[in-house]
Design a protein around this ligand. Structure first.
Ligand SMILES: Nc1ncnc2c1ncn2[C@@H]1O[C@H](COP(=O)(O)OP(=O)(O)OP(=O)(O)O)[C@@H](O)[C@H]1O
Ligand SMILES: [Mg+2]
Length: 342
């Protein structure tokens, strides 16, 4: 959806709830398959915040059929039109196709309803963790609310860029590639926040460059996005290719998810920074299949693939974190830190 349309729809949703809405969106910062992130202002206290809106299936009818859009249609322009307009309009022509929006809001198919419940559970869990843990390297949540099916997490607004943007800029210009000090400082900052999460029985399950913001004003890396985290009430829903360990692809009792899973992801992030391969490391399942087929591990160890200048201890920690077998990895942040400090 175009940024302007998304902002308009967001603001009209909130205006429908409160006469003087607390939050007003100024811009759409990002849109992914699961959420939209808006830069907003808290009207009463004039504070800039970011609001993450979880995307859900809507109670819309497409082409007059009382059906819910299948997940692969959810983000096409056609369904977006239905989803966004169903409150105010019943018929819309989009790409020359008339779309009828059910004025009675027939119930969603039960598969979509339960999917929406999962999304809401993940949103609530993300808000609960972020509101209860304070850490200088963890994004701070300020509020949480729901409107109908939709869930919203309000966080501090961070000025700067995420590590994925930063890496693609430095990699494109091939200058100022991260040196050992940058990598070590970032590694320790993320280890510190992961240790804090793990001590509260939370596994992040989505450590990757796009989920780390380099906050310009406070000159610190900040971990965000607990939408995939495991807590007592939620399970991971996705696996970020190149960063996720095998156990996030194959949920099974013999492949448990735990602190070692975050350490795989952190190692994959550091691997990208120390090598000059300029892309996420190989997908864990592809590595696994190549090994099963007798071709050996196609991922070159960091101690061979790294650019010059990194310490053997750092490269060893990265390689141990990237072991496919969870039991061979460092099992805790303390074990990982001990490898780094040897
Ligand atoms: N508080 C914030 N301040 C500034 N930018 C933010 C903030 N929160 C998120 N962003 C930007 O929005 C992007 C997506 O945020 P987030 O990871 O929470 O959403 P997501 O839907 O889970 O994304 P993905 O599925 O790609 O991981 C981040 O990579 C970052 O660039
Ligand atoms: Mg994210």
């Amino acid at each position: 959806m175009a940024g302007k349309d998304a902002v308009k729809r967001f603001n009209s949703q909130l205006a429908g709830q409160e006469r003087n809405p607390r939050y007003v969106a100024l811009a759409l910062l990002r849109e992914s398959t699961t959420s939209r992130i808006y830069r907003c202002v808290h009207q009463y206290v004039q504070l800039e915040v970011a609001i993450k809106e979880y995307l859900v299936n809507e109670e819309a009818t497409i082409k007059g059929q009382p059906e819910c859009a299948p997940p692969d249609l959810r983000h096409t322009a056609k369904f977006e039109h239905c989803a966004d307009l169903y409150d105010s309009i019943t018929l819309r022509v989009c790409n020359d196709t008339p779309y009828f929006i059910d004025p009675e809001r027939r119930p969603l198919a039960s598969s979509c309803r339960s999917r929406n419940e999962q999304i809401r559970t993940a949103a609530r869990a993300e808000a609960r963790v972020l509101m209860s843990i304070t850490h200088p390297h963890l994004i701070r949540a300020l509020d949480y609310f729901e409107i109908g099916q939709r869930a919203y997490v309000v966080t501090e607004f961070l000025r700067g860029m995420d590590l994925a943007q930063w890496l693609s800029e430095v990699e494109r210009s091939f200058c100022q590639l991260p040196d050992t000090n940058i990598v070590i400082d970032l590694g320790y900052a993320l280890l510190d926040v992961l240790q804090n999460l793990h001590s509260q029985e939370v596994t992040h399950c989505d450590v990757k460059p796009a989920n780390v913001i380099l906050d310009r004003s406070k000159r610190r890396p900040v971990l965000l996005d607990l939408g995939n985290a495991i807590t007592e009430s939620s399970k991971p829903a996705s696996a970020s290719a190149g960063y996720a360990p095998p156990e996030l692809y194959r949920l099974a009792p013999e492949n448990p998810i735990g602190p070692w899973s975050d350490l795989y992801m952190l190692s994959a992030l550091l691997y990208r920074m120390v090598t000059a391969q300029f892309r996420p490391p190989l997908v864990a399942t592809d590595r696994w299949q190549a090994i099963q087929a007798g071709h050996g591990d196609p991922l070159l160890p960091a101690r061979i693939a790294a650019r010059p200048g990194f310490t053997p201890e750092l490269l060893l920690a990265i390689d141990s974190g990237l072991e496919l077998d969870w039991i061979k990895r460092p099992q805790s942040v303390e074990e990982y830190t001990a490898l780094l400090a040897r």
